[in-house]
Design a protein around this ligand. Structure first.
Ligand code: ZN
Length: 249
């Protein structure tokens, strides 16, 4: 089972997809939310790029670790994590962790990356606050989710939005046909990641500075993704990641 495309008529089949761009706020967001799915895609020959808006410089738990070195460490961790799931194009925008707002500057910067990568599918964080899972709704996640959707529509596809992108950088307008929102309280699509779970765990483990109890990681994730698979109606013992898929064509 490579997904739930059989009953999800609104989801374009992976065989018609060449390029995916995942946009998240922090190093590790994509790995918690979607690394199993990313591995399914890269194994199918789809090219995946990451755009990480901050360097995660406010992350970690070790008060003794010098803050000035955190950004470089987290970039290295995210780059290593990406390789675990077949992703070799990781772009960092360098916004300060914990202070992201959905500004016009961020929309322009995301529209730039979208026009550079020209993805068939964008993976985004949710702009909505989830009252049941407060950690998912980090203000940076919501800001980046909101700016991503605004960059998808209208900025990236409108040649008259941020005209310098075309006039000075030669970046032509690009329409992203669909957006997969991860970490949403209202998913409508599930991907079976049982076969790529080990690669997801390897990617998560690469974020060494973020795990005070790395030995608990796999059990926690197995429980979480098992619950998602059960909600999807997948067979006992399967693992899944969930998304809300938007038609943005
Ligand atoms: Zn985050």
């Amino acid at each position: 089972m490579s997904g739930a495309a059989a009953y999800d008529g609104h989801v374009t089949d992976d065989s018609e997809i060449n390029r995916v761009l995942a946009i998240t706020a922090h190093p590790d967001d994509i790995d918690f939310g979607a690394a199993g799915t990313i591995a399914v895609w890269t194994e199918a020959g789809i090219e995946v790029s990451y755009c990480i808006v901050t360097d995660g410089d406010a992350g970690g738990f070790d008060l003794a670790f010098p803050r000035s070195e955190m950004a470089a460490l987290r970039r290295a961790e995210q780059t290593a994590a990406a390789k675990c799931v077949g992703v070799h194009d990781v772009r960092f925008l360098g916004y300060p962790d914990g202070q992201v707002e959905a500004t016009l500057d961020l929309r322009r910067d995301l529209a730039r990356v979208i026009r550079q990568v020209r993805p068939d599918r964008v993976v985004a964080s949710s702009p909505e606050r989830d009252y049941l899972r407060i950690g998912r709704s980090h203000p940076d996640h919501r800001a980046v989710g909101s700016a991503t959707l605004d960059a998808v529509y209208p900025d990236a596809r409108n040649p008259f939005a941020f005209p310098a992108l075309l006039a000075e950088e030669g970046l032509e307008a690009w329409t992203v046909p669909s957006v997969w929102i991860m970490g949403t309280a209202s998913p409508d699509h599930y991907v079976d990641v049982t076969a790529t779970f080990a690669r997801k765990i390897a990617a998560l483990r690469a974020h060494e500075s973020q795990h005070p109890h790395p030995e608990q990681l796999e059990g926690r994730l197995r429980q979480w993704l098992g619950g998602t698979a059960a909600a999807a109606g997948f067979p006992e013992g399967h693992l899944a990641e969930s998304f809300r898929v938007l038609d943005t064509s």
